[in-house]
Design a protein around this ligand. Structure first.
Ligand code: ACM
Length: 695
C-alpha cells in the first residue's frame, strides 16, 4: 500500500539506530496501541497495519511487531463439533496456503493432538444454513499458536478466510501478523444473484462464483432460473420446459443438487427464483395453454420487458406452479423461495375478456390486485411446501401475509415502507452490478439511508442486500469480470460496520483480494487478455491491454435501444474492459492528491508517458479492422496525455486556446466508440484545473 502508514515497517524501524527515529516510532506505537484499546474500527486508514482483510472485521487489534511464522509443521486441530463441512473448508484453506507459499506441509490431515498443532479451531455446534444463524468468530494469532473460536462451523469458515487474507510475507518468511479479532456480520442476508436465463452459465462458472462469495463472507446465492429468454432447470413433471424453453441449456436436477451441496460446503444458502406471472415467455413457449393471451410464443432473443403473462384465472396455472414448486422445494432446502413478480404490466390481462370478467366478479380493482390474488394463491402453495415467499418489490401490496420478504430494486422506499409495515426486506437498488457503474458507486450505497425514520424494532426487518448480475451482456467468458472485484466491495458494505466507508482504504485491500479471488478459478483478471488475444489474433497485446485498462464500457442503460440479440458475441473490445481498473482508480487517487497539494507529480508523469507512447506502439504492432475506430480513442488519449505531460513537467498553465483544445478532446474521449469511452475524462479535467491553479 503506498502512501499509507504501514505498521509492518516497525520491524525494520526497530533496527534503526537513530535515536530520533526511535522516539518517533515509540510515540506512534503508543498512539496506535491507545487507539486499539478502544477497539476503534472506524478510521482504519490511520490505525491498521498493512493488512488486506476484506470485509473489514468488527473489532481488530494488531500487534505492531511479531509474527506467527509459517513452516512445514503447520497443522490444524479441531475441538468440539468436527463435521464434513469444516473438514472440507480446512482442506481448501491448506491447499490455498500451499499454493501461495510452496511450503510442503508435513501433515495436511486434521491432527488429533491439540498440543502438536498450531491452528486450533473450536466449534460448539454445526451451523444451520438459515437466516440469523450465528456466523461470528474470534481469531487470536500469537507467535506460537492460532486460536479460532466460533459457535458454528459457518463462523469458523469465515475465520479461516480472514486468516488466509492475513497471510503475508517478507524477504525471508511467510507469516501471519499477531492479531486479535472478534467479528460478526452487520446484516444476516448478504447475497449475490446470478441471472442464468438471459445467458446460461455452466455449473463450473456457478461454482467458482459461489467459492468466491464464501471468500468475502457473502452467504446467499440467489439463482434467477427463469425469464423470457429461458427456463433453466429440469422439471420432471413438465418436461417441455427443458425440451422447448431452454435451447438445451438447463441444469439437470442432479446438477442442482451438486451446486446446492457445493454451496452448503461453503456456508452458502441457495435461493431459487422462478419469475412469475410476468417474464414468462419461456414458460409459455413450452406450455402456451397457461398464457393470458392465445398466441404463439417463442423464447425471447431480445432484451426488455415483454408482455407474456401466466393466466391467474386458470386452474391449470396453479397445478403447474404446484408441481414445479414441489419438485424444486426438495432440490433447494432453503426456507425461502423467490417468485419474481416484477415488471408485470398486465397488458395481456387487460386484453383478455375472461380475466376482466374474473376481476369484476372478485371485486379486484386493478391489475395490482389481480397480481396480489395470484400471489396469495402462490404463497399458499409455497407454504404447503414449507417455503417462505419472497419477491421483487412489486409484490408489496396490501393484503399479503406478513411472513414474506420484499426484495427492493426500484428504490429504497419500498424497503423502508415494507419494514415499517412489519415485512422483512432486502435491498438491491444500488447494487445492480450489471449496469457497469464503478466500484465507489456501489461501495457508498448503504442499505439503510440516514433518513430512514424507522424505529429500532422496524430496522431489524431490513435483512441486508444482494448484488444482482443480470445477464443481458454476460457470457461465461466475461461474467466474472462483471461480478468481481466490485462485489467484494459490496460484500464489505453488507458485512462491516456502517462506519467503514473510506474508499482510499478499500482500494489496496480490494486489489489484493481481487488477486486471491483467482484461487477459486475466477477469470475476472485473465479474461481481459483472453478476449484481446482472440479479437486481435496475436500474442502481442500488451499495448491493447494498456488502452483497455483506461476504457470503460458504456453503461448497460446506454445500450438499451441498440440492436441486441442474446446470441450476439460478448467477446468484443468492450467485453475486455471493466467499469474501473486498478489503473483508473490509481490515477483518480493521484490526481486527488495532486489537486490538494501537488503531491505525486512523478507518478502522474509516469502514467501520462505510458499513455502518450501507447498509441504509437499500438500503431506499430497491430493492424486490424476492429481496431480502426478504437485508434481514434487511442489517439485522443495520446494527445491529452502529451498536452498535460508538457504542462506538468514544465510547471506551466494551459492557455485559453489550449484549454479549448483539451476540452474538445475530452468531449471526443467521452463519446462512445465500440461501446466504450475513456474512463479517466473527469480525472483529466481535474488535473488540468489543478495545473492551472497550482502553476
Ligand atoms: C428487476 O430488475 N426487474 C427486478
Amino acid at each position: 500500500m503506498t502512501g499509507k502508514f504501514n505498521l509492518y515497517n516497525f520491524e525494520d524501524a526497530s533496527i534503526m539506530c537513530d535515536l530520533k527515529n526511535k522516539i518517533v516510532v515509540f510515540f506512534i506505537v503508543v498512539l496506535s496501541m491507545m487507539h486499539f484499546c478502544y477497539g476503534v474500527t472506524d478510521s482504519i486508514g490511520t490505525t491498521s497495519r498493512d493488512v488486506n482483510i476484506l470485509p473489514w472485521p468488527k473489532h481488530i487489534s494488531l500487534e505492531s511487531t511479531g509474527q506467527f511464522v509459517l513452516s512445514n509443521d503447520f497443522s490444524v486441530h479441531v475441538k468440539g463439533d468436527y463435521n464434513p463441512r469444516i473438514n472440507t473448508a480446512i482442506s481448501y484453506f491448506l491447499d490455498r496456503i500451499d499454493q501461495k507459499t510452496g511450503i510442503l506441509f508435513i501433515d495436511k490431515d486434521i491432527v488429533g493432538d491439540s498440543h502438536k498443532s498450531n491452528l486450533i479451531i473450536s466449534i460448539k455446534r454445526q451451523g444451520d444454513l438459515e437466516l440469523f444463524e450465528d456466523e461470528s468468530y474470534t481469531l487470536k494469532i500469537t507467535a506460537s499458536k492460532i486460536l479460532l473460536n466460533a459457535t458454528t462451523d459457518l463462523g469458523a469458515i469465515h475465520g479461516l478466510e480472514t486468516l488466509l487474507q492475513l497471510l503475508t510475507h517478507n524477504k525471508t518468511s511467510f507469516f501471519f501478523p499477531l492479531a486479535d479479532i472478534a467479528d460478526t456480520p452487520r446484516f444476516p442476508w448478504r447475497g449475490l444473484m446470478i441471472d442464468v436465463a438471459r445467458h446460461y452459465q455452466p455449473v463450473h462458472v456457478i461454482k467458482r462464483n459461489i467459492a468466491a462469495m464464501s471468500a468475502v463472507k457473502l452467504n446467499v446465492f440467489h439463482w434467477h432460473l427463469s425469464d423470457d429468454q429461458g427456463f433453466r432447470v429440469e422439471i420432471k413433471s413438465y418436461p417441455k420446459l427443458q425440451e422447448l424453453a431452454s435451447d438445451g441449456l438447463y441444469y439437470t436436477q442432479e446438477e442442482i443438487k451438486e451446486v446446492v451441496q457445493f454451496a452448503s460446503d461453503k456456508g452458502i444458502r441457495v435461493i431459487p427464483e422462478i419469475d412469475v406471472p410476468g417474464h414468462a415467455t419461456a414458460i409459455l413457449t413450452a406450455y402456451p395453454e397457461l398464457a393470458s393471451k392465445d398466441t404463439l410464443y417463442h423464447i425471447e432473443r431480445g432484451k426488455g420487458v415483454f408482455d407474456a403473462t401466466l393466466d391467474p384465472t386458470n386452474k391449470q396455472t396453479y397445478e403447474f406452479l404446484e408441481s414445479i414448486i414441489s419438485e424444486l422445494a426438495v432440490l433447494f432446502p432453503d426456507k425461502y423461495f423467490h417468485i419474481g413478480g416484477d415488471e408485470n404490466k398486465g397488458k395481456h390481462w387487460g386484453e383478455n375478456i375472461k380475466i376482466q370478467e374474473f376481476k369484476r366478479k372478485n371485486n379486484l380493482k386493478n391489475n395490482h390486485e389481480i397480481q396480489t390474488f395470484f400471489n396469495i394463491k402462490l404463497q399458499e402453495i409455497l407454504k404447503k411446501n414449507g417455503k417462505i415467499m419472497m419477491g421483487w418489490d412489486e409484490i408489496f401490496q396490501p393484503n399479503l401475509p406478513k411472513d414474506i420478504v420484499i426484495h427492493s430494486w426500484r428504490g429504497k422506499e419500498a424497503m423502508i415502507e415494507s419494514a415499517k409495515k412489519g415485512y422483512q426486506s432486502i435491498l438491491s437498488k444500488g447494487y445492480y452490478i450489471d449496469l457497469l457503474f464503478d466500484t465507489k458507486t456501489h461501495y457508498v450505497n448503504d442499505p439503510i439511508p440516514l433518513d430512514h425514520g424507522l424505529k429500532p424494532q422496524q430496522l431489524k426487518n431490513i435483512l441486508g442486500g444482494e448484488a444482482t448480475m443480470w445477464a443481458e451482456l454476460v457470457s461465461s467468458i466475461n461474467i466474472d469480470s462483471r461480478i468481481w472485484p466490485r462485489t467484494a466491495a459490496i460484500a464489505e458494505r453488507f458485512w462491516s460496520e456502517k462506519t467503514i466507508t473510506d474508499f482510499n482504504n478499500l482500494i489496496p485491500r480490494l486489489n489484493a483480494v481481487s488477486i486471491s479471488l483467482e484461487d477459486h478459478g475466477l477469470t475476472h483478471l485473465k479474461s481481459r487478455r483472453q478476449i484481446l488475444r482472440n479479437l486481435f489474433q496475436t500474442l502481442d497485446i500488451e499495448h491493447l491491454v494498456v488502452l483497455s485498462e483506461v476504457c470503460k464500457p458504456i453503461t448497460a442503460r446506454e445500450r438499451v435501444g441498440q440492436f441486441y440479440k442474446t446470441f450476439h458475441p460478448l467477446t468484443l473490445f468492450v467485453d475486455a474492459c471493466t467499469p474501473d481498473t486498478p489503473q483508473t482508480i490509481r490515477f483518480f487517487g493521484l490526481v486527488q492528491k495532486f489537486m490538494a497539494n501537488q503531491e505525486n507529480k512523478e507518478e502522474i508523469i509516469e502514467m501520462l508517458t505510458l499513455w502518450k507512447e501507447n498509441h504509437q506502439n499500438i500503431m506499430d504492432s497491430t493492424k486490424n479492422p476492429i481496431l480502426n475506430e478504437l485508434l481514434e480513442l487511442s489517439k485522443t488519449l495520446e494527445m491529452l496525455s502529451e498536452m498535460t505531460l508538457k504542462k506538468i513537467k514544465n510547471e506551466e498553465i494551459f492557455t485559453v486556446q489550449e484549454l479549448k483544445k483539451a476540452d474538445d478532446l475530452l468531449v471526443i474521449a467521452d463519446m462512445p466508440i465500440q461501446n466504450v469511452r475513456l474512463a479517466i475524462v473527469d480525472e483529466f479535467k481535474s488535473l488540468i484545473k489543478a495545473i492551472n491553479t497550482h502553476y
